[in-house]
Design a protein around this ligand. Structure first.
Ligand SMILES: [Zn+2]
Length: 175
């Protein structure tokens, strides 16, 4: 799944939980951090795939339990749905062949194929996870525009203003 898909899923999860700006930010950070960590570790060299340490269901479980169990960390709770949505979405894409990577370090890593990028993304867009991502981005965009952007911004582009502008223009052009 692309970063846009992960952010959209986190936005939907945070919106359903009625998070304020601070909590939604934590949720969004949780949705991108696994890729930032694991893709960096993959580029640097210790791992042979970009889905290991931060993508492991074990790491997710330990992090979630620590946040919920330790009073000092409990304010980070909105991080969990964003992080969890990332792992679930990636598991859906990895199913069934590459699920093994999500149980690191208990199971060995399996390198993902490095085929032509265009072919990969065309196949992905037509697959079930690809369709889920497209729908998630559409719903996320709707939530962002209607509920999460500053009201003045939305008003500025509202249909009401557009129609007022159009009617003024009509008056002007018709004399
Ligand atoms: Zn990922």
């Amino acid at each position: 799944m692309t970063p846009l898909g992960h952010l959209s899923l986190a936005l939907i999860a945070g919106h359903l939980q009625d998070y304020d700006g601070r909590d939604l930010s934590l949720c969004l950070i949780g949705s991108v951090l696994p890729d930032v960590i694991d893709k960096s570790l993959w580029r640097i060299g210790p791992f042979i795939t970009g889905h290991t340490l931060a993508h492991s269901v074990l790491t997710f479980s330990v992090v979630s339990i620590m946040i919920l169990a330790l009073p000092r960390l409990r304010r980070l709770t909105p991080f969990i749905p964003g992080y969890g949505a990332h792992i679930l979405a990636d598991l859906m894409v990895a199913y069934p062949k590459f699920m093994i990577n999500y149980f690191w370090p208990l199971l060995p890593q399996r390198p993902t194929p490095d085929g032509p990028a265009v072919d990969y993304w065309i196949n992905y867009a037509a697959s079930a996870p690809g369709v889920v991502e497209i729908i998630s981005v559409a719903i996320g965009t709707y939530i962002l525009i209607h509920y999460r952007l500053p009201h003045q911004w939305y008003n500025h582009f509202s249909w009401q203003q557009f129609s007022e502008f159009s009617s003024h223009r009509r008056e002007y052009t018709t004399g």
